[in-house]
Design a protein around this ligand. Sequence first.
Ligand code: HEC
Length: 142
Amino acid sequence: MKTPMILAMAAALLAITVVDHSAAASGKSGPKQQQIAHGEYLVKAIGQCGDCHTPMNEKGEFVPGKWLQGKKLDFAATVPMPVWADTSPNIAGLPGWDREKAVQFFMTGLAPNGQPARPPMPMYKMNRADAEAVVAYLQSLK
Ligand code: HEC
């Protein structure tokens, strides 16, 4: 009785090891993947970036396949604004952005030219870990 039990346990352990190994090999549970998951959470749940950067259909749903690809905004300020951007850029993959400059942008709200983006783009003041996570997530969308 004892021997089959030990064999079964050994088989179970081996199975766990095999699963663990394949997950690590594909990077699914590694630190990079966790960072991307945290960035996804910040973008979707906190920053609500999709509201301004993702095209929506007439029901207000995100258009599939267009996630964070930029759009002409469907709202405007109710008071005159000296500066206002009526179009948001494509940020899926962060095309044209140097990684560290993008991190600085989310930490300071200032673009590489030293200027803030025009409203309604918020000036985010994230800590470095959060800014790096957001950039990792956006770059993963290539
Ligand atoms: C309220 C609307 C709004 C929200 C929310 C928003 N954005 Fe934007 N974003 C814009 C607009 C509009 C622009 C274009 C600004 C311009 O052209 O000066 C912009 C520009 C940008 C740029 C380019 C900046 C530059 O100087 O080139 C990046 C990168 C960006 N947004 C990322 C994000 C991320 C990431 C989030 C969420 C964490 C986010 N945005 C949330 C409206 C928004």
